[in-house]
Design a protein around this ligand. Structure first.
Ligand code: APR
Length: 233
């Protein structure tokens, strides 16, 4: 059997937009009516934990009612021909539900919670989370989300994947949040990079071997798949 080329997919909120989950920066600068700093920082949590828990409870409930879309599924189909790793900024589980085999969530996961003291005490969690829900050591549980200003523990692993990629695909991210936005720079010189986003935030001249597909994820993935298949025939 032929050796499969390694593709690393860097996905952001845009890939889940057509499943019905709002992106962060598209509409009014608010995230479901909230200032991101209020609901996505340790300071916001310290100031008003109830509001923050409630915010993620709503996001978790919403997640249980949406489904992966054709873009998530297209990435699963590509596994027949390529060795695919998905590095997502998304906290939803739509890549996994679509069937992707290798997914890492650099910004955490909505369906997990963790001790607010011990980063490694992580639990699966599908219901609402309240003040008073404690880990086994008696500490308040919090969403397993990497907030602004916090460390990104999976960054090194993600960077290594990109460094070893034969092809990089970026889908639906505004490339504004670091360090995630910098991951593409770990690609080896000349690696083909594809960017699927209806409002692309990078330009052709930003990378040596960049193809921009200025479409939504669902419309752009078939174009991308056709182009990738051409390359393996
Ligand atoms: N298909 C593909 N891309 C889309 C679609 C779509 N249907 N709709 C919107 N987009 C694109 C937008 O053009 C934009 O470039 O998705 C991107 C969404 O950008 P952001 O809202 O900034 O989302 P993202 O880049 O994932 O945000 C990064 O910010 O708040 C933090 O931690 C949070 O992981 C998140 C990070």
């Amino acid at each position: 059997m032929k050796h499969k080329q390694k593709i690393v997919v860097l996905s952001g909120a845009g890939i889940s937009a057509e499943s019905g989950i709002k992106t962060f920066r598209d509409a009014d600068g608010l995230w479901e009516g909230h200032d991101v700093m209020e609901v996505a920082t340790p300071q916001g949590f310290a100031k008003n934990p109830e509001l923050v828990l409630n915010f993620y409870n709503q996001r978790r409930k919403q997640l249980l009612h949406v489904k992966p879309n054709k873009a998530h599924i297209a990435l699963v189909d590509l596994e027949r021909h390529f060795n695919i790793s998905v590095v997502t900024q998304n906290v939803d589980d739509l890549h996994e539900r679509a069937g992707s085999s290798n997914v890492i969530h650099i910004h955490g996961e909505l369906l997990k919670v963790r001790s607010s003291v011990n980063v490694d005490a992580v639990l699966e969690w599908k219901k609402d989370l309240f003040l008073g829900d404690l880990c086994e050591n008696g500490h308040q549980l919090r969403p397993h989300i990497v907030w602004f200003g916090e460390e990104v523990p999976l960054l090194t692993k993600a960077a290594e994947l990109v460094q070893n990629a034969d092809i990089v695909i970026i889908i639906g991210t505004s490339m504004q949040v670091y360090p995630a936005a910098g991951l593409v720079n770990y690609a080896q010189h000349g690696t083909p990079i594809y960017f699927v986003d209806p409002k692309p935030s990078i330009q052709k001249s930003d990378f040596e071997n960049l193809t921009i597909i200025p479409e939504t994820a669902v419309n752009g993935m078939p174009i991308l798949v056709a182009s990738l298949m051409d390359k393996i025939v």
